[in-house]
Design a protein around this ligand. Structure first.
Ligand code: FAD
Length: 538
């Protein structure tokens, strides 16, 4: 390492990443009297919402589920939409930053590239890309589950003459889509959102689909500020509800019965009600066995398929977007929320290319060649997702106590202690990390609950005069086993999804997020209640 580094100082804790998790921890640890520094790669606020500035970017969790629950934050804030767009979310982060006065302890444009633990003094030393050095007792990684964009290895990718960008690397100045021939590769959440915008302005929009998304109606609403001011008094109770089962939404209701244990009329009634409510209700708010039982899942899929196909004029396109037989069990890939995604395909300027029958051969200077045709394009949008959960961490130079890099340790699979700690990495905690409930738990809800667990953990060490913790390999294997059982018991294990690490070639297929945030958070509480089982302290 560079001896001539710029020394940023020594702290009780360094937090890496200024999304919901980093902001919450900085605020709370400072309140508790810890010395803390937060380092963030991006120049501006917003976490994942800073980088994801592609057209149409918006959150799929409706407010007030996607916001902090502290009164000083919510009392002066109103939202304009139920599902806020990216710019409003960035403005929200600016508001949070002002209220909690976070920036005074934040270094921006500081990408951490390496970290090493010194057993001699039980401290981490971190280095940034520009050579800044930080030393700290505790390393708190809040890198986000989607901070490493994934771009497939398509021949000729760099040869395209026009703009070609991943959705999470969208240029700040934007890209003109109006009047141009636009190609979108990928139909996950980002792809759906870009398509909805591009379809309305592009001269021609070509959507390259490998696997159909099972997108469900968002039912966006414009929110009235006066109504929100009037409802402020109810917020504490609403926030309390989102922390209680069935998980991270204040208004999620689920029948505690199986889909096939009720008659067809009742089943339809429940599905219709969730469909009409919009948002994730149709995913999580119908029956208790949709993600467990094939027959129940098929019933939900068929409802989704029929309601979706009603909106698509061309039967060939309808079969590609909403196939007769489920391409995978409904809900085991993240069902994106849509506003008029399926209607876009009725426009004369929008075409769908099925990559299953005509795979991409190459990107050329003028477009995309599939086995069926060459599509001339002016702009290519890579809506190809993320090396989710692990990518932010495995791209770091992060050796364990034996000098083995994390990327190598995890090459054959991830083992963590409850998604917060990694054996061989003392004094390191991950927030919203792999094998936690991340991506099944609303970002800010999880940030508060996991954040409080972390604050209590560090406080306990401080009270007891402890300078080092380790997590046990045996417990980490046990937790991986628990997740493997969940994958087996549910329908998640049957789907090649990013939840299973299956979207990135070479990544081991294993369930990387616990699909029940309640069960996951109960495990964390139980661990704490048992004197932090699985951890050793010195
Ligand atoms: P992030 O907000 O991702 O912040 C991580 C920060 O770490 C980033 O600012 C990044 O620049 C920084 N960073 C990463 N590596 C380094 C490094 N080496 N050095 C310094 N800084 C670094 N969640 C929901 O609950 N509902 C949704 O609808 C939803 N939609 C999403 C849509 C998209 C497109 C994406 C990508 C994610 C979505 N999420 C959603 C998940 C989202 O990650 C969480 O809601 C929440 O933002 C997580 O916060 P975080 O603090 O963990 O991470």
């Amino acid at each position: 390492m560079d001896a001539a580094t710029d020394d940023a100082g020594t702290f009780d804790a360094v937090i890496v990443g200024r999304g919901f998790n980093g902001c919450y921890l900085l605020h709370r640890l400072r309140q508790e009297g810890f010395s803390v520094r937060l380092v963030e790669a991006e120049p501006r606020l917003g976490g994942v919402w800073q980088a994801n500035r592609y057209p149409g970017a918006r959150v799929d969790s409706h407010v007030p589920n996607y916001e902090f629950s502290m009164e000083e934050i919510w009392r002066d804030w109103v939202w304009s939409e139920k599902f806020p767009g990216r710019d409003e979310l960035v403005a929200y982060f600016e508001h949070v930053d002002r209220v909690w006065d976070l920036s005074r302890d934040v270094d921006v444009e500081t990408r951490i590239t390496s970290a090493r633990f010194a057993p001699g003094d039980d401290r981490w030393t971190l280095h940034s890309e520009a050579g800044r050095r930080y030393r700290c007792r505790h390393l708190l990684l809040c890198l986000g589950f989607g901070s490493a964009p994934f771009v497939p290895d398509i021949p000729g990718l760099g040869s395209f003459d026009g703009p070609c960008h991943h959705t999470a690397r969208w240029p700040e100045e934007g890209i003109e889509l109006a009047g141009r021939r636009v190609g979108v590769i990928g139909t996950g959440a980002s792809g759906v959102q870009v398509v909805q915008e591009a379809a309305k302005v592009a001269r021609r929009l070509t959507v390259f689909q490998r696997t159909p998304v099972t997108a469900i109606p968002m039912r966006q609403e414009q929110l009235d500020p006066d109504e929100q001011w009037a409802l402020k008094a109810d917020l504490p109770e609403i926030f309390a509800r989102r922390n209680a089962p069935p998980g991270s939404f204040h208004d999620l209701e689920r029948e505690d019965v199986g889909a096939m244990s009720v008659n067809a009329d009742r089943r339809r009634e429940v599905l219709e009600a969730a469909w009409a409510r919009g948002g994730f209700h149709f995913w999580f708010g119908t029956f208790n066995d949709v993600l467990m039982d094939e027959q129940a899942n098929r019933a939900v899929y068929e409802f989704w398929r029929d309601r979706t196909r009603e909106r698509i004029d061309d039967p060939v396109v309808a079969e590609l977007l909403a196939p007769t037989d489920p391409p995978y069990p409904f809900g085991t890939k993240r069902p994106s929320l849509e506003q008029d995604y399926y209607d876009c395909f009725n426009r004369p300027n929008v075409e769908l290319v099925d990559l299953r029958s005509s795979p991409i051969v190459e990107i050329t200077p003028t477009g995309i060649r599939t086995t069926g045709a060459h599509v001339d394009l002016d702009v290519i949008v890579l809506a190809t997702g993320f090396d989710a959960n692990t990518g932010g961490m495995t791209t770091l130079d992060l050796p364990d106590l034996d000098g083995v890099q994390l990327a190598d340790r995890w090459a054959d699979g991830v083992d963590t202690h409850l998604g917060v700690a990694v054996p061989g990495y003392p004094n390191l905690l991950m927030l919203y990390g792999p094998q936690s409930a991340a991506s099944f738990c609303n970002g800010p809800v999880c940030a508060e609950l996991q954040g409080e667990w972390t604050v209590a953990f560090l406080d306990r060490m401080r009270r007891d005069g402890l300078t080092r913790f380790d997590s046990s390999a045996e417990d980490a294997r046990w937790w991986s086993g628990q997740l493997a059982e969940v994958a087996e018991r549910t329908l998640f294990g049957r789907t090649a999804s990013w939840y299973m690490g299956a979207n990135v070639p070479g990544k081991r297929h294993q369930l990387l997020n616990h699909p029940s945030s309640d069960v996951y958070l109960a495990q964390l509480r139980e661990c704490a209640g048992a004197g932090y089982r699985g951890f050793t302290f010195s």
